[in-house]
Design a protein around this ligand. Structure first.
Ligand code: B12
Length: 435
């Protein structure tokens, strides 16, 4: 069987090639053991260029199954893409990825999407593909829904097949490079122990599971040896979910004298100077913190379990250790008051992270706010998935701010004005970033 696995274009990201699609590459690790697999990572292409690529290679009609990986925000793009592919291929189209949830299947275009796979699926992906290929499916009921079975032990999985997709550079803040050659992504865990109300992880991932520290570092060594890549984004939801385990990983990297640079994403709690120094010793160059806001009112509504004070001290501790810092923030969120933007600006002036990656809050399928907006004193007025534009800073000027949310009893115009004021401030202080 010949299987195409597609990661859709992401031209709105600053360096999409630097972050190859790990989920797809994990699946390729399993599927290539039995089948011919070709990965298409369209990264910075535009959709029509991606399609032209598929046709130019004269390849697509040779595939027996076409798989597309999506987040919720890519469903409309996947629908359009699938329509275009069906013009020149009869192969069944299957979508999977974090965007396929019970609550999002209704957004899939039944005419062109034949199968959906919900969740991680390494344990039964071969079976799913065999079923799709071998059985007669009732074409009046589409998409057919398959439940993925997540791997029991992450450490028993084959390494993701990074050799099947191109790797880019510049994974660090401000385009910084610490080594020659490309960058890549890697995960040491899946899932998150926290239950923030805006995050879709509770709906997307199972409970947190860790890889064994040695086995994780083995993958790093394998990447260095086989691909010569020394720059990594550890893309765990929360790398410091277990500080003892993070310490083990750092110690192993130091013991093996691996000359690598990496960045992590984590919460501001737990974080302190000791942890920062431990990370730096092992080659960590940058920490992205889930700050969200410097307004405690907002943090409470987001069920973040952190305070504005925690946010400032984590950024300061990281900077003292010499780390680059990225503040991941959201604006126009539940709990926003007329004071929120001032609180944000004042705190950012005090702690000055290297950059701020700010997005407009949208209720992601899989999150508590999407499921129960009333509990967070918001009203979602527009559920059209492709209008949920996150991006605060477009590739050419600004993107429109998504306007499908009413916050408490606040005047919509006022909230919009505050939001734009924050964007202008970030821009004029050179902190604006597209992520
Ligand atoms: C790293 C990361 C990124 C990186 C991606 C790097 C990369 N290419 O690997 C970058 C920075 C690009 C990114 C960007 C964004 N991300 Co992101 N990201 C993540 C993160 C933290 C880890 C992803 C990962 O590597 N997981 C590990 C792999 C192994 O799992 P996986 O991708 O889910 O793949 C498995 C299954 O889904 C399935 N599968 C995947 N693809 C396919 C395809 C087929 C055909 C099949 C059958 C199965 C299948 O099999 C895989 C193996 O089991 C997740 C958090 C999470 N918990 O997943 C968020 C997450 C995926 N991101 C999310 C979001 C919202 C975004 C952004 C929109 C945020 C923003 N404002 O910028 C953007 C844009 C992405 C887009 N195109 O829409 C949400 C998606 C929510 C949703 N409901 O869809 C998540 C879940 C975060 C969250 N908790 O809310 N992200």
């Amino acid at each position: 069987m010949r299987i195409a696995l597609i990661s859709l274009p992401k031209p709105y990201l600053t360096t999409p090639e630097s972050q190859p699609p790990l989920g797809v590459l994990y699946l390729a690790g399993i599927l290539t053991q039995s089948y011919d697999v070709k990965v298409f990572n369209f990264a910075s292409k535009l959709t029509w260029e991606a399609l032209a690529d598929l046709q130019a290679e004269n390849m697509i009609e040779k595939f027996d199954i076409i798989g597309i990986s999506i987040t919720s925000l890519e469903i409309t793009q996947a629908n359009r893409f699938a329509h275009a592919v069906k013009e020149f291929s009869k192969a069944p189209i299957v979508v999977g990825g974090p965007g396929v949830l019970n609550t999002t299947i209704k957004f899939m275009d039944k005419v062109v999407i034949d199968h959906c796979v919900i969740g991680e699926c390494e344990s039964n992906i071969i079976q799913i593909m065999d079923d799709i290929d071998g059985e007669e499916w009732d074409s009046s009921i589409t998409p057919h829904i398959h439940r993925g079975i997540p791997p029991l032990r992450l450490s028993s999985l084959p390494f993701p097949r990074r050799d099947l997709a191109p790797n880019g550079k510049a994974i660090f803040a401000n385009g910084e490079n610490f080594h020659e050659g490309a960058s890549t992504v890697i995960v040491s865990s899946r899932g998150c122990p926290c239950r923030c109300s805006f995050c879709s992880s509770p709906g997307v991932s199972n409970k947190i599971r860790f890889r064994e520290s040695h086995e994780f570092v083995n993958e790093i060594e394998h990447v260095v040896k086989t691909l010569g890549i020394r720059q990594f984004r550890f893309s765990d939801d929360m790398f410091l979910a277990d500080v003892g385990r993070a310490e083990d990983i750092c110690n192993i990297i130091v013991e093996r004298k691996l000359d690598i640079s990496w960045r992590i994403s984590t919460r501001v709690r737990p974080f302190n100077r000791k942890i920062a120094d431990m990370l730096v010793r092992a080659g960590c160059k940058e920490v992205s913190f889930g700050i969200e806001s410097f307004d405690d009112n907002v943090l409470q509504m987001l069920q973040k379990g952190t305070t504005a004070k925690d946010n400032e001290s984590a950024i300061c501790a990281a900077k003292e250790s010499g780390l680059l810092t990225r503040a991941l923030m959201m604006i126009k969120t539940p709990g926003q008051t007329k004071h929120t933007v001032d609180l944000n600006i004042e705190a950012l002036m005090r702690c000055r992270p290297t950059l701020v990656a700010c997005t407009v809050f949208v209720p992601l399928p899989g999150s508590a706010i999407y499921d129960h907006p009333e509990k967070f004193s918001v009203n979602i007025t527009d559920l059209t998935i492709d209008k949920m534009n996150f991006y605060f800073f477009g590739s050419s000027g600004e993107n429109a701010v998504w306007d499908g949310l009413e916050i408490g009893f606040r005047d919509k115009g006022e909230v919009m004005k505050e939001t734009i004021r924050f964007r202008e401030w970030l821009k004029s202080n050179n902190l604006a970033n597209r992520g």
